[in-house]
Design a protein around this ligand. Structure first.
Ligand SMILES: NC(=O)c1ccc[n+]([C@@H]2O[C@H](COP(=O)([O-])OP(=O)(O)OC[C@H]3O[C@@H](n4cnc5c(N)ncnc54)[C@H](O)[C@@H]3O)[C@@H](O)[C@H]2O)c1
Ligand SMILES: [Zn+2]
Length: 364
């Protein structure tokens, strides 16, 4: 499988930004210089963990691309993806006299990307920003598509805006320092991409599991390239989630409910994996996919160190939790099912009984 090292994301047929994939930070300066930021300021926004690992390198590169470079570091963790952190960032930008033509650079995972993107969307009614994603999840999912936002009290992603980055620069070698659980969590979204859109890619993910598990740079570039291409296509066809973009929610209706009930102790991608299994089970019971497809999915998830069952949860509480989910469409759940491997569809007819039966196959 061959994939491109540069993807251009369009909107209404016009190019909006490039996603550049690399095995290093070597081309970052050149890419940022194309954004015409020479005489302007850049603020790198990152978290405490990523700052230790990559802030110095990225600062020295970006310092050569602008007139003033500053940084803003906040403590790592979802609990800091909130308006308090955004407020400190606004203050930092004001003190440093950032104006409309200056730019933010999100260096980190989805937490940094979402928060930095939201600050960029709202500071002075919107300034530009770039994404330098460093987790697998952010490289294949959150850095693309322009969704930004923060949590509010206990509500996830409750406050946000659509705001497109000017560049997404992915250096896959940053994956080398990612904790195993985070890597495996990102695989949940990647397996999802294969299942909804590309049977050959799904098969490739299984066949190349050794290199992928070792985070081999070549395999990661190919994999992230294909996943980004799938997400790009879906997002371009439906930028504000009126229809097709909902396919990306495959595995998420039940996955989110499990994630919430487990009080966020199970990584997001692992919950998605469980949700994929339950949705695949519903598809199997409808006669759309085969029993062996389902077994194959279990094997793939296991190969990537993802759970295939969860204990301590009841079907009824999971069903109750799905009702508060945003994927509801005038009272009916917009469920994503598999017509076949590599072909997902939106379905509004899934019953509670179907969900319950499927949940019983993943609950211990
Ligand atoms: N905007 C979107 O479309 C979208 C899509 C999916 C998820 N999200 C959001 O993304 C967030 C989750 O993102 P995430 O999984 O990247 O989590 P994260 O940003 O919290 O990163 C996970 C952990 O890994 C650390 N880390 C990051 N890069 C590292 C590296 N290269 N080496 C070592 N450690 C590293 C971080 O400091 C953090 O502790 C959630 O808030 C979710 O809501 C957004
Ligand atoms: Zn997800």
């Amino acid at each position: 499988m061959m994939t491109d090292r540069r993807l251009t994301v369009h909107r209404d047929g016009k190019p909006i930004y490039d996603i550049v994939l690399s095995g290093s930070f070597a081309e970052l300066a050149e890419e940022v210089k194309k954004l015409d930021i020479g005489g302007r300021r850049i603020c790198i926004v990152t978290d405490s963990t990523v700052a230790e690992l990559y802030l110095e390198t990225v600062s020295s590169i970006l310092a050569g691309c602008c007139s003033t470079l500053i940084s803003f570091v906040f403590p790592a963790g979802e609990e800091h993806k909130n308006l308090d952190t955004v407020r400190s960032l606004y203050r930092h930008l004001i003190v440093n006299r950032f104006d409309r033509k200056d730019m933010l650079a999100a260096l980190g995972g989805g937490v940094v990307g979402d928060l930095c993107g939201y600050a960029a969307a709202t500071y002075l009614r919107g300034i530009s920003f770039i994404q330098i994603p460093t987790t697998l999840l952010s490289q294949v999912d959150s850095s693309i598509g322009g969704k930004t936002g923060v949590d509010f009290d206990s509500y996830k992603n409750m406050v946000g805006a659509f705001h497109m980055p000017s560049l997404v620069y992915t250096n896959v070698s940053t994956l080398k320092t990612l904790p195993p659980e985070q890597y495996s969590s990102g695989m949940g979204e990647i397996i999802k991409h294969g299942l909804i859109r590309d049977r050959d890619y799904y098969r490739w993910l299984y066949e190349n599991r050794e290199q992928i598990r070792q985070r081999d740079a070549g395999a990661c570039l190919t994999m992230i390239g294909r996943s980004d291409e799938i997400k790009r296509q879906v997002v371009e066809n439906d930028p504000t989630e009126q229809g097709e973009r909902a396919l990306l929610n495959f595995g998420h209706t039940l996955g989110h409910a499990i994630e919430k009930l487990a009080e966020f102790t199970i990584p997001h991608g692992h919950c998605v994996g469980l949700g994929l299994l339950a949705a695949a089970e519903i598809s199997r019971r409808r006669g759309w996919i085969r029993g062996e497809d389902l077994m194959q999915l279990q094997t793939v998830l296991r190969e990537y160190d993802m759970p295939v069952s969860v204990s301590g949860l009841k079907p009824a509480s999971i069903l109750a939790a799905t009702k508060n989910d945003k994927k509801m469409d005038s009272g009916r759940i917009r469920f994503i099912l598999l017509r076949s491997i590599g072909d997902a569809v939106i379905d509004r007819t899934v019953t509670e009984k179907e969900m319950e039966d499927a949940l019983n196959t993943i609950l211990m």
